[in-house]
Design a protein around this ligand. Structure first.
Ligand SMILES: [Zn+2]
Length: 497
């Protein structure tokens, strides 16, 4: 890494960054975009291929209807218009991972266009304008063997796996995103994080960045402050984690600022992000659209989704994640900090289900965020993997609310449920954990405590009420914690008044 870098704050004092984000999403359809081959991840190389996805002469593609439906639902969730009529196009190039020597994609007629989403960074909303979401197919995968790095440089030979060739992809492209200023890298990260949550709630993709089912190319250019003409942009590829998105953009902003400030000019190119070293390096010069010689795909019929179909799909959209979290925080009446604990602990779904099962929001939050989070942490499990259900937590809280058990006993009930001893009320019975409400037994215990500690008893008779603590403690100990401390206190004071 030999790039000159400008201090980030200095760069932002001189230039306004303009972002452009291209996100590729692999759809989770069972079969490929234009043939019936399986899309399952991790199969033996080249076992999921056929004449269509190998591009053999005479083979004819057929569009995957489920993929079109997913594309439209994604477009609608992004606030896009859905095309009344659109076509596929051939994007021509030579690459060994695509035997057809073209990629079937969409060019000037995308299925979804002109949308917008709003994301937040530190409570500040940013509107991200969406240019388009279009359908295309993935390429195969190259494996370079013999080199030290797994890259083509230094490799002895390369192997090709066509299992991934033809897997349906949606490419989501933003318009230039201006006005993000200092927060530009964080805005990009928040946007991709938003997309990930949104795509997951739509159920259209596994959205695993580490497996490549969600991939982001991050473009950035700089405009001198006070000007409005877009600068030359670079496109950073291979950014496969949320953290890398903000780091790669921060790096590019600092690199470009150093070049521009010394009178140089930015080369329009693809750059690669190196996660280990935390820098970008130049790849190929960026092709222009005309280099690809796009033309309409003659083997596929155009797609003309009826407005009824579009409206029916609009009706299937789930509540967007950001809308849902806002709604739940409001309904539950939590402060930002209380609600933040729930989000940070990945407990939102569990708390919601517990409330639905009849617990108060505060009760549901209390168990999941503290006691159960601690158990999960100790066991090295996700919270949702604990052997206790939201319904059982709600039942536990109801036992506390009814005064059958107190919080301390409830923790023992949790032990029992986690140990497979049954429902909370069964554990209370089998372990004999209920608070003693038999007033005769309590009174007897109070009398024994008074008899055992005549000094304390005399002090209370003399009006020193704080001396009651010793007697209450003795009673609670005898009752093994299974008493209501307030009731014991009232009883002690009553006996000695
Ligand atoms: Zn195939």
């Amino acid at each position: 890494m030999t790039d000159e870098l400008m201090d980030y704050d200095d760069a932002l004092a001189l230039y306004d960054p303009v972002l452009g984000l291209e996100v590729h999403v692999e759809l989770n359809t069972n079969s490929k975009m234009f043939c019936g081959c399986s899309t399952e991840f991790g199969a033996e190389p080249n076992t999921q291929t056929c004449p269509v996805c190998l591009g053999l002469p005479g083979s004819l593609p057929v569009v995957n209807g489920k993929a079109v439906e997913s594309a439209m639902r994604i477009g609608l969730a992004l606030g896009c218009e859905i095309a009344e009529w659109c076509r596929f196009a051939r994007k021509n190039y030579f690459y060994p991972d695509m035997t057809k020597d073209f990629q079937t994609s969409q060019y000037d007629e995308p299925i979804a266009f002109d949308g917008s989403v709003t994301i937040e960074v530190d409570g500040v909303p940013y509107e991200i304008p969406i240019e388009r979401a279009h359908m295309e197919e993935d390429a195969g995968k190259l494996l370079h063997v013999g080199g030290a790095t797994g890259r083509i440089q230094g490799a002895e030979y390369s192997l090709i796996d066509y299992n991934r060739a033809g897997v349906p992809l949606i490419e989501i492209v933003t318009k230039p995103v201006r006005g993000t200023g200092y927060n530009a890298p964080e805005v990009a990260k928040a946007y991709v994080s938003f997309l990930r949550d949104m795509l997951r709630s739509l159920g259209v993709s596994d959205v695993r960045m580490e497996q490549g089912s969600l991939r982001c190319d991050a473009n950035v250019s700089l405009m001198p402050k006070g000007t409005h003409e877009l600068g030359t942009r670079t496109e950073t590829k291979n950014v496969n984690s949320l953290r890398s998105i903000s780091e790669a953009l921060r790096y590019e902003i600092r690199r470009q600022a150093a070049i521009l400030a010394s009178g140089g000019r930015i080369i329009q190119e693809t750059r690669h992000w190196h996660e280990d070293g935390g820098y970008t390096s130049p790849g190929r010069n960026k092709e222009q659209a005309e280099d690809y010689r796009y033309f309409p795909e003659p083997d596929l019929v155009p797609i003309a989704p009826s407005r009824e179909w579009v409206e029916q799909l609009r009706g299937t959209l789930p509540e967007m994640p950001s809308v849902r979290t806002k709604r739940l925080q409001e309904v539950w009446g939590f402060t930002d900090r209380e609600f933040g604990d729930i989000l940070a602990g990945s407990a939102l779904d569990l708390v919601e289900a517990t409330v639905e099962a009849g617990a108060s929001p505060a009760g549901a939050r209390k168990w999941w965020v503290t006691e159960l989070a601690r158990r999960a942490n100790e066991a090295g499990l996700e919270l949702s993997e604990l052997a206790i259900t939201p319904a059982q937590v709600a039942a536990l809280q109801k036992l506390v609310d009814a005064g059958t058990i107190n919080d301390k006993l409830a923790r023992q009930v949790i032990d029992g449920v986690l140990a497979g001893e049954g429902e909370p009320d069964e554990v209370v019975r089998s372990r004999g954990l209920a608070v003693v409400s038999d007033s005769g037994a309590l009174e007897a215990a109070v009398d024994r405590a008074i008899a055992a500690d005549p000094d304390a008893a005399q002090k209370i008779r003399d009006g020193k009420v704080q001396a009651a603590g010793a007697l209450i403690g003795a009673v609670m100990k005898e009752m093994r914690g299974q008493a209501d401390a307030a009731a014991v206190r009232a009883l002690v004071l009553h006996r000695l008044s």
